[in-house]
Design a protein around this ligand. Structure first.
Ligand code: SAM
Length: 408
């Protein structure tokens, strides 16, 4: 394999901070440069793009900016809302209303939240935000909820994005570990006022959004809540000429873990049970009930994964952990369902581009890229080609790959 570096420009870190791509920087995002590279390879004429794993909407936005028709799906309604907001067209009336309402929120921050407080039902919420910060956030959200009934949806959505950025910037949570941690809040200077810091964040974020929302989008993406295993029940058949996506990887990363605070504040989650249930629907999910369900999971019907060493890999993992072996098995079982259905919605001659990462469980490498390639071939895709793109982390053996194929 050629020597690959840790190319920051191929990850979400490179997603341009002060553009729409940076509106909420979340871990699932892949690089817009990767999408742009792929889009530059295809002829725009008659192109219709699909991203079945929308995430933060990188593919949808890159296409919308270039005037390329695109549809995108995801199982997480919050991410679809974020995508809809990122690809929206904002005129000067929207932007003026956004700014004047944001000014009102700034006054609420200065007055430590005001009287109309709304906070979400997050378990042990005091670990996430100090009392002062929470009171201000509650006042901000109370206001945003109140104006939602009579203010333009686009204006409210921009306020919600600005709220999310301020809320997370002033949270004590740290997402750097597999398990989350909380910073202690007792190192603050004696005369520190949470309101002063939050006001600075809010004003910077509002200005950032005000400027970046003026950039032009040329097409309106189709955005659908849909399980990627059942695309053909929602999307037109034999239609898409190009699929560009990064599916979840089998690396035990739970999107819900990082997205929870946003989802609670914006009303997409009410309790921990719901969070676990949603992650159980997600391919590769591990949050809450998702993990206990995986521990009991066995394939409902026999379906051979067409990679000759697959059962050997599972056997090696199960020596160390039965749970992880089931997790990997279920991941590919679900992906086989997805690929099966994907074939139905891709047009004959259409190309697919999948960005995937391999995984390691104990000392057992799971060659995700090769297993995907075998599943694409088995389903009937041709010209299947796997190219390494970059090293994923400083850990040895972990790479990201681009898999390309074509429907004959
Ligand atoms: C790696 S992320 C996609 C990141 C995206 N390319 C971006 O730039 O933000 C994978 C996405 O797949 C979604 N997903 C997981 N299981 C799914 C399923 N069964 N159907 C549809 N989407 C699913 C997750 O919610 C997540 O948003």
């Amino acid at each position: 394999m050629q020597q690959l570096g840790l190319f920051a420009h191929l990850t979400h870190k490179a997603n341009l901070r002060h553009t729409r791509y940076g509106w909420l920087r979340l871990t699932p995002a892949y690089s817009v440069h990767l999408v742009q590279d792929v889009l530059s390879q295809i002829t725009p004429h008659d192109t219709v793009v699909l991203d079945p794993f929308c995430g933060t909407g990188t593919t949808a936005l890159a296409c919308a900016e270039r005037g390329i028709p695109v549809d995108t799906t995801d199982i997480n309604p919050f991410l679809l809302w974020l995508t809809k907001t990122k690809v929206g067209a904002y005129d000067s009336a929207h932007l003026t209303a956004f700014r004047s309402n944001a000014q009102y929120v700034a006054q609420l921050i200065e007055n430590s939240g005001g009287n109309d407080i709304w906070t979400p039902p997050i378990h042990q919420i005091e670990k996430w935000w100090s009392v002062d910060v929470l009171r201000i956030l509650g006042g901000m959200m109370g206001f945003i909820r109140r104006i939602s009934d009579f203010c333009s949806e686009k204006v409210v959505d921009l306020l919600k994005v600005a709220f999310c950025r301020t809320m997370i910037a002033h949270s004590s949570a740290s997402f750097n570990h597999q398990s989350m941690s909380f910073k202690t809040q007792n190192n603050l200077p004696l005369f520190h006022r949470a309101a002063d810091d939050m006001l600075m964040t809010w004003q910077a974020v509002v200005e950032d959004l005000y400027i970046s929302a003026q950039s032009k989008v040329q097409t309106k993406p189709g955005i659908f809540l849909c399980d990627a295993r059942k695309l053909s029940t929602v999307l037109p058949h034999d239609f898409y000429t190009c699929v560009i996506t990064s599916p979840p990887y089998p690396n035990r990363m739970s999107y819900i873990r990082e997205l929870r605070p946003y989802m609670y504040w914006l009303g997409y989650l009410c309790d921990g049970r719901e969070a676990g249930e949603l992650d159980w629907q997600a391919i590769g999910g591990t949050w809450g009930v998702a993990t206990s369900n995986v521990g009991r999971w066995s394939p409902p019907e026999t379906r051979a994964i067409p990679y000759p060493e697959f059962s050997g890999i599972l056997a090696k993992i199960s020596v160390k952990s039965d749970l992880l072996a089931r997790y990997v098995h279920k991941y590919f079982y679900d992906m086989a369902d997805h690929i099966n259905d994907l074939f139905l919605v891709v047009k004959s001659g259409g190309s697919i581009y999948y960005i995937v990462g391999n995984s390691k469980f104990y000392d057992v490498i799971v060659p995700v890229e090769a297993i995907f390639a075998s599943m694409f071939s088995e389903r009937g895709f041709v010209d299947v080609d796997v190219r390494p793109i970059r090293k994923r982390t400083s850990k040895k053996d972990l790479y990201e790959y681009l898999i390309c194929a074509r429907k004959p």
